[in-house]
Ligand binder design. Structure first.
Ligand code: GAR
Length: 214
């Protein structure tokens, strides 16, 4: 089976990208990252990719600001990069830009995001801080397909963590991040095995067929 071709979009640290690379190296994720794209030239995620010999492209948003529809024009440029690298599944990994409808439609059902809360609770920015300020006792992370509503797409996997009395933004974020690194590669592997089906606003996960020699 040919391995799934990924395009990963990052804006910063890239620890989720790293977890995907690590899972590929460990053999728990059968995929190939064709390109890592960023809207930030100094995103550490670009460096991580380069350290593993993965192609990186910085798409500078500045030149697009002059255009009539800057966000659409920018996303078209990113799309061109992804298409020209044969990307089959787009992975948003700490990509801090809202993607436009045309981009989402081009990869409908073929674009995933990870969010640091148990969606639909605490969508948007600073999800961990939102959970703390709300007084949530449990939080976590969600991998979901990307649709036009922000952080609203069909949920693929979630992991929960406790919110502790003395948690700060940093301690809660670290506890959640550990789970992000576990479930994102897992969700991508499920997709690659053809086990995910979107039904309305839900994702069905097909049970794995156990191989037996007996
Ligand atoms: C992660 O916690 C991810 O869930 C979050 O940004 C962080 C990126 O970290 N994404 C969002 O908040 C998207 N709304 P990373 O760059 O180390 O992977």
């Amino acid at each position: 089976m040919a391995s799934l071709v990924l395009g990963v979009l990052v804006s910063g640290r890239g620890s989720n990208l790293q977890s995907i690379i690590d899972a590929m190296v460990a053999g728990t994720l059968t995929a190939r990252i064709a390109v890592v794209v960023s809207n930030k030239s100094d995103a550490f995620g670009l460096e991580r990719a380069q350290q593993h010999g993965i192609k990186t492209v910085f798409v500078d948003p500045k030149p697009f600001k002059e255009q009539a529809n800057p966000r659409e024009a920018y996303d078209h440029a990113v799309l061109d990069v992804l298409k020209s690298h044969g990307v089959e599944l787009v992975i948003l990994a700490g990509y801090m830009r809202i993607v436009t409808a045309a981009f989402i439609q081009a990869y409908e059902g073929k674009m995933m995001n990870i969010h640091p809360s148990l969606l639909p609770s605490f969508p948007g920015l600073h999800a961990q801080k939102q959970a703390l300020e709300w007084g949530a006792k449990v939080s976590g992370c969600t991998v979901h397909f990307v649709t036009e509503g922000m952080d609203e797409g069909p949920i693929i996997l979630q992991a929960a963590v406790p919110v502790l009395e003395d948690d700060t933004d940093e301690t809660l974020s670290a506890r959640i991040l550990e789970q992000e690194h576990r479930i994102y590669p897992e969700a991508i592997q499920l997709y690659g095995e053809g086990r995910l089906t979107i039904e309305g606003r839900c994702t069905q996960i097909e049970e794995s067929v156990k191989q037996s020699n007996t």
